[in-house]
Write a protein that binds this ligand. Structure first.
Ligand SMILES: Cc1cc2nc3c(=O)[nH]c(=O)nc-3n(C[C@H](O)[C@H](O)[C@H](O)COP(=O)(O)OP(=O)(O)OC[C@H]3O[C@@H](n4cnc5c(N)ncnc54)[C@H](O)[C@@H]3O)c2cc1C
Length: 387
């Protein structure tokens, strides 16, 4: 006998189904940089398509609204590290993708909307890291020659020890400058992408927590945690660090990154984006504030999580770095802490592929989704319609 249904989540009404979720051509899961760029590209190429984006967060809460806003393509140590793990042409191709991705992002949204500024990037080396610095110096000419045709700039990396005193760092012995690196305002980028998507009549449904995606012979069923079931001709999963919750992709692992931002600092002695410890730590100015994050390598297993939150160990390491190295001469007060979730793997290349005839994934953006996210979204859009 049928029973009363009490205290259940609301079921989908006829009106909701008919007005909001009918005749969907492509449902994109995840409204981060990748999901939004994919949906925008699809709509630009095929204006008649009905495209919806489903996201479980109030905002796109993963990495895209929580990152550091470096418009970067790799520091010297990161690139040399990559060269030890991957072939030369693969590493250079990835740099090219990051650079072209940044160009695409700037072209699509405009530098004013991104608050893009080319202030330069720097890599710092402490007193006991001279060996790592010397290896970078040994390969600098070679690297500059390889990157010149990609970035269309000569002498991208240069020695910058003369700036250490001006920047008033503590314990820093060497510095390398990257003249092509820039910074953006992450919040403005995401607002602009969301506005652009909405202006193209792409509907974004927040609070839609996808539980599973089921492929049928002629359509895809997308079922939410509270049992709303919607149908689409195709689905694109763009949930990066949360990929393993929806599909079987062993080489996409979550990696939490913790971040702090200080209150404004009078007479902040430097501006730009800074990398430390092979990119595991990063900091930059945001106006007169310092944003500092990273350190997940200090507790790899614990930080391999898709749960937001912070850990005392990493918070302590970040505060120490702030006090002893970045701003030894200034009193600082921390305004906010937060964390974001990356999708990482053995390889740094993104995964863009069909996992069943009508379900595609575009994930594993690593730590440079601001740079490559636009191209990853575009590539997923063209593959999903043309395959
Ligand atoms: C702290 C931090 C600093 C970073 N700094 C930089 C930087 O300076 N420069 C740079 O280039 N990159 C940086 N990155 C990386 C960059 O932010 C990411 O590569 C990029 O944002 C990934 O975008 P995405 O769209 O693939 O994923 P995300 O932005 O993570 O979006 C995934 C979305 O999927 C949604 N979702 C997940 N599961 C579900 C589900 N089951 N149902 C519905 N929705 C779901 C989430 O709510 C989220 O909105 C940083 C990342 C972090 C975390």
């Amino acid at each position: 006998m049928e029973k009363d249904q009490k205290n259940t989540a609301p079921m989908m009404s006829y009106w909701e189904r008919e007005s909001f979720f009918k005749n969907i051509d492509v449902a994109v899961i995840g409204s981060g940089i990748v999901g939004l760029n994919a949906a925008i590209s699809l709509k630009e190429q095929h204006p008649a398509l009905k495209i919806v984006i489903l996201d479980r967060g109030m905002l796109p809460i993963g990495a895209s609204t929580r990152n550091a806003g470096f418009a970067c393509f790799g520091s010297m140590t990161e690139l040399l590290d990559d060269l030890n793990k991957q072939g030369e042409s693969e590493v250079l191709q990835l740099v090219e993708k990051r650079w072209k991705g940044l160009m695409r992002l700037r072209e699509r949204l405009g530098d004013d909307n991104l608050q893009f500024e080319r202030k330069g990037g720097f890599e710092i080396f402490k007193e006991d890291e001279s060996q790592s610095y010397e290896s970078c110096v040994d390969r600098m000419d070679w690297m500059n020659k390889q990157l010149a045709p990609i970035i269309e700039t000569h002498d991208i990396f240069s020695k910058a020890d003369h700036l250490i005193d001006k920047f008033q760092f503590g314990k820093v012995k060497h510095m390398i400058r990257n003249q092509a690196e820039g910074q953006i305002n992450t919040g403005k980028m995401m607002r602009s992408l969301l506005n652009l998507a909405q202006s193209l009549a792409i509907e974004i449904f927040n609070g839609f927590d996808v539980d599973r995606v089921e492929e049928n012979s002629t359509y895809v069923d997308i079922i939410s945690k509270n049992n709303w079931r919607i149908k689409a001709n195709k689905a694109l999963i763009a949930n990066n660090g949360f990929a393993s919750q929806l599909c079987d992709l062993p080489d996409v692992l979550p990696a939490r990154n913790q971040v702090l931002i200080t209150q404004p600092i009078e007479k902040l002695p430097f501006a730009g984006t800074f990398h430390y410890d092979s990119g595991y730590f990063y900091f930059r100015n945001v106006g007169k504030r310092i944003l500092l994050g990273g350190g997940r390598h200090l507790a790899k297993a614990a930080e391999q999580t898709d749960e937001f939150g912070t850990s005392l160990q990493i918070k302590t390491a970040l505060q120490k770095l702030l006090k002893e190295v970045i701003l030894p001469n200034h009193k600082t007060e921390i305004d906010l802490w937060w964390s974001g979730i990356l999708g990482v793997g053995q390889q740094k290349n993104p995964i863009i592929k069909f996992i069943s005839p009508n379900v595609m994934v575009a994930v594993r953006l690593g730590g440079m989704g601001v740079a490559i996210g636009s191209l990853v979204g575009e590539e997923a859009a063209s593959l999903i319609m043309n395959t």
